[in-house]
Structures are given as structure tokens and as C-alpha cells.
Design a protein around this ligand. Structure first.
Ligand code: 1PR
Length: 517
């Protein structure tokens, strides 16, 4: 290429490439998309995003003949010989080795924040490549997560990173943003320096703090961030209007600047309004992802849908539209409950549920299941066939046992399945992470439901995000010291500006809990 400021991007159509585009543009580069294999050969700098699922990515590369032309790239896993993900599937075969799933007996989690120097970068992957004698000349850094895995590779002008530079936040307004600096160094070879890559010591996982925006249209038709009180989002006034706590794009930008590790958007009326009809939500996402360089999750209404004209949309189409608009992960609520009920009844994985389809195409790490359980006290564990626990605080009639009933449609309908049974089933169906709400605690500010979070985070090996009830910094340290939650999510305290995210992080650090600063 003649221009020094052009980056060639190979978008094979899986996952969130919008954030990467935004990050490249932010660094002052123009993007040219690869249309033919020749564009690859002519590129000065070629970036292959590493998002999505291995099989679907290779499929596109082979069908378009791109696989033959690849020489420089950033999509680490594709460079290996084979992947076990939905496979074995043949990779580009540049680097000897096989990409396999994390060993769950070693405490597999799809998502870790790891440290380089004293900086954190963002990893989100369910599969990993292992360092070996055959590929050691490629490996420039490794991390440990149960076992050692390859964090980055480098040979000549080929660079690959397992983490997401475009999502490894840091404050954009600070002098140093670790994620963007990785990209910048790749794009400006001169500033690469001569320092050899570091073989860091295995570092600790950081606990994540997530800001959540419950979004819906109010009665005037404006898309607003709202907040429920045990899921009731209307003011207790005569007008009974939808509580309005701000604008989604502005608030997400604010939370990013304040140090949120991720931002989640839940389209809370998605169960009744079709999200692709709800263009403002997609618009919000496109705007938010221009300024927010940490992972974005979107949930609400991800399911199959037939619109009023009889046009059928699959849940995969709905999810794809969200990924294209800047989402890194999608979150499924109601539809995951139905899928889990069906699976537990038939013991058959049909592969047809939205959960299975989306995780197959975009990878498990891109699919969150959001659980909305309500506590049900019982006198004896024999009162129900579902898993019960002994609760720390007895119920209104002195009950010492409870189970947690899953709900659908924004908490409006209870289902005959517990959070425990649901969590285990959705993990098997392909969920990469669980967002664990609790209707009883939502908006109460009295702390997370430690009993519930212990029940679920001990039952599954995917990461669990504790949600509902945060009211003070001590609630965050409590949830991280008493449970295996890997992230804590809060809404009300951030929206009402009672406790800024910085204070939460500062407190956790003081308590000796690893966080990204
Ligand atoms: O069922 O796939 O359409 O997804 C709907 C999604 O919308 C689900 O993720 C569900 O949790 C969410 N949702 C539906 N109705 C409500 C509501 O509030 N009426 N919000 C709702 C869920 C819970 C948390 C909240 C925490 C923290 N909100 O996201 O942010 O409880 O709050 P706090 O820190 O103030 O206590 P589908």
C-alpha cells in the first residue's frame, strides 16, 4: 500500500470487530477491508481479529481462499495446526500445536484479567494453545490458568495475542492505555523498541467490577437507563412513571472513565419488544462502543422471533446484529430457562436453542446466561424435588431452607426450575459465563445474596458474576472473600452516584483483592 496510515483488516464475520475498528481509528489509522486474497498479499499491516469460534472462522478463510494468502496476523489461535473447539478443525498450521479447552478440573474459567508488568490485559477465551518444545520459538509470553497457556506469540513480523488489545481498557485519557499501546506498537513498527518480550511470572486473576445499565423506553418513548426495586422500575408516585436515571451512552462512557472493567446493557423489555425493531438500542451500542474500550455485554430479547409481517428472525440473527453493533458478549435470560427446562426433561442437546447456536458460532466466551431467581423458603428440603440450601437468615416463618426459583419475562413469571439446576444445564449447553441476579436483593442496597452466590459459583466451573444488592464498598469485598464469584455487578449505587467505581476498586485493593486499576 502507498499510504503509511492504512491498516488492512480481515473481517471474517464473527464476533465484535466494531470495537477493534474503533480502536484502530482512534490511533489515527484508516481501515481497508480485505475483499480478495490479493489484498492480503498487498497489505503493509494486516490484522486478523481473533474473535469468534475457531471452526466458523476457518470455514470462511478456506471458502474464500484467504487461508492460502495469510502471512501476518493477530488472531493467535488460528495460526496453530488444529483446534478441538467444535472439532478437531484444521487451522492455518503456521505454528506447531493444538488449541484445546481449558481443563475444567483445574478450575477452568472463560474469562480472566491477567497482568503484564503491573498492567492488566483482557482475556476472554474458553480454549487455549499450550506452549511446547515444538512451538517455543514462537512463544513470547505465557500465562497460567490451571495450566500454562500461550498469551502471545511473535516471530519476525508475525504477532499474535490471546488477549483483546482493543478491550484492555485503561483510561483513554491517561497517558498509558495498555491495550491501545499493544495495538499502537504493532501498527507503528518503529516504536516497537528492541526490548524482548517478557516471560512474566504467572499472575493472579483480577476480580472484575461491572456497571450495569437496565435500559428501556419510558412512556414518552425515550430510551433511558432505569433501575428497579426488586425489578419494579416504576416510581411509587401517582404518575407511576418509569424511573429515569440517565442516558445509556453517556453513562456507559462515564463508567468506562471511572474504571469499570465491563459494561452491561440489559434491554429489560426485550422479552416483549423485538430488539431488532428496537433500533435505538442498536444505535446506543454503536455509539457506546466508540468510546468504551472495555467489554460490552447486551441482553434482553435474544430469541427466535416472527415480526408482524410474518418475517422470521432466528436468535442467531438477533445476536449477530448485536455483535455487529459493538457487543462482545450477549446475554440470554428467558430463552435460556426454556432451553434448560427442555434439556433437563429430554436429556438431549438438540443444538437448536439460542444458547447452543450462538455459542457454536461466536464461542462460549461470548454467551452469558442471565438468571433472575427469587428465593422460596421451605420448611424441609423434602418439600421440593429441587436443590435446597440452608440459609444464613431464616425466612418469615422461621424456615431454614430455601431454593431459588428461576423466572422469565423480567421476573414476572416463576418457572418450575431452580437457579442451581439451570446453571448446571446452561453450562452444558454452552454458556461461557453466568450473570447471577437475585430479585429479593435487587435495588435493596443491603449486600449480595452470599448463600445464592456460593450455591451457584460452587456448582459450575464457568465464571459467575454476582449481581443485585450492592450498597456499599464492603459488599464487594464480602462477595469476593466469601464466594468464588469472579466479578461483581452493580447498578443503583453507580447511577445514583452514591459510590463511585474508583472507591470500590480502591477498597478492594486495600483488602488485598486483585483488581485492574
Ligand atoms: O429474558 O432474555 O429478554 O433478558 C431480559 C434481561 O433483562 C435479563 O437479563 C433480566 O435480568 C433483565 N431484566 C428484566 N427485567 C428487569 C427489571 O429490572 N424489571 N433487570 C431486568 C434486571 C437486574 C440487574 C440489576 C442488578 C443490580 N436487572 O441487572 O442491574 O440487580 O442492581 P442493584 O445494584 O441496583 O441492586 P431476556
Amino acid at each position: 500500500s502507498s499510504s503509511g496510515s492504512v491498516v488492512t483488516l480481515l473481517d471474517y464475520g464473527a464476533g465484535n470487530v466494531r470495537s477493534l475498528r474503533n480502536a484502530i481509528r482512534y490511533l489515527g489509522f484508516e481501515i481497508e477491508d480485505v475483499r480478495t486474497p490479493k489484498d492480503i498479499l498487498n497489505a503493509d499491516r494486516l490484522i486478523i481479529p481473533g474473535v469468534g469460534a475457531f471452526a466458523s472462522a476457518m470455514d470462511v478463510l478456506v471458502k474464500t481462499g484467504m487461508d492460502e494468502a495469510l502471512c501476518i496476523c493477530l488472531g493467535l489461535q488460528l495460526l496453530f495446526e488444529y483446534s478441538e473447539e467444535n472439532g478437531p478443525v484444521k487451522g492455518l498450521g503456521l505454528i506447531p500445536g493444538v488449541v484445546g479447552r481449558f481443563n475444567s478440573s483445574n478450575g477452568f474459567r472463560t474469562e480472566i484479567l491477567d497482568e503484564i508488568g503491573d498492567r492488566h490485559v483482557y482475556f476472554v477465551h474458553s480454549y487455549r494453545a499450550i506452549p511446547s518444545d515444538d512451538n517455543k520459538e514462537w512463544v513470547s509470553s505465557t500465562c497460567n490458568y490451571g495450566d500454562d497457556f500461550i498469551a502471545s506469540i511473535r516471530k519476525g513480523n508475525v504477532h499474535g495475542v490471546q488477549f483483546h488489545p482493543e478491550k484492555s481498557g485503561g483510561k483513554i485519557f491517561c497517558a498509558f492505555n495498555v491495550g491501545l499501546s499493544v495495538l499502537r506498537r504493532f501498527l507503528h513498527p518503529n516504536s516497537q523498541g528492541t526490548k524482548s518480550p517478557t516471560q512474566g511470572e504467572a499472575s493472579k486473576l483480577a476480580k472484575r467490577v461491572i456497571a450495569c445499565l437496565d435500559v428501556r423506553t419510558n412512556d414518552k418513548g425515550d430510551l433511558v437507563v432505569t433501575k428497579g426495586d426488586q425489578y419494579d422500575v416504576r416510581e411509587q408516585t401517582k404518575e407511576n412513571e418509569v424511573r429515569n436515571l440517565g442516558k445509556p451512552v453517556e453513562l456507559s462512557g462515564q463508567y468506562y472513565k471511572d474504571g469499570a472493567d465491563e459494561v452491561s446493557f440489559l434491554n429489560i423489555t426485550g422479552f416483549r419488544d423485538f430488539p431488532l425493531g428496537d433500533l435505538p438500542m442498536l444505535q446506543v451500542f454503536r455509539h457506546a462502543s466508540q468510546n468504551v474500550f472495555v467489554p460490552l455485554t447486551v441482553g434482553g430479547g435474544i430469541r427466535d422471533f416472527t415480526d408482524s409481517n410474518g418475517r422470521y428472525y432466528s436468535s442467531l440473527e438477533v445476536a449477530s446484529e448485536y455483535f455487529r453493533s459493538g457487543a462482545d458478549k450477549i446475554s440470554i435470560g428467558s430463552d435460556a430457562v426454556y432451553a434448560a427446562e427442555e434439556y433437563l426433561k429430554t436429556k438431549v442437546k438438540t443444538g437448536k436453542s439460542s444458547l447452543e447456536q450462538i455459542s457454536r458460532v461466536y464461542g462460549n466466551q461470548a454467551v452469558v446466561v442471565s438468571i433472575d431467581p427469587r428465593r422460596v423458603y421451605v420448611k424441609s428440603p423434602n418439600d421440593v424435588k429441587l436443590k435446597t440450601i440452608q440459609v444464613t437468615k431464616p425466612g418469615p416463618n422461621g424456615e431454614v431452607y430455601a431454593w431459588y426459583q428461576c423466572t422469565v419475562n423480567g421476573g414476572q413469571e416463576g418457572r418450575p426450575i431452580g437457579a442451581y439446576e439451570l446453571a448446571k444445564a446452561v453450562e452444558e449447553l454452552g454458556a461461557g459465563e453466568i450473570l447471577l441476579n437475585c430479585i429479593d436483593c435487587d435495588g435493596q442496597g443491603k449486600g449480595f445474596d452470599i448463600d445464592l452466590i456460593n450455591l451457584i459459583s460452587d456448582a459450575v466451573s464457568v465464571p459467575v458474576i454476582a449481581s443485585s444488592g450492592a450498597g456499599a464498598v464492603k459488599h464487594f469485598s464480602e462477595v469476593f472473600t466469601k464466594t468464588n464469584a469472579s466479578a461483581a455487578l452493580a447498578a443503583g449505587i453507580f447511577h445514583r452516584k452514591e459510590v463511585p467505581i474508583q472507591s470500590v476498586k480502591g477498597h478492594l485493593l486495600k483488602e488485598g483483592i486483585e483488581v485492574r486499576i
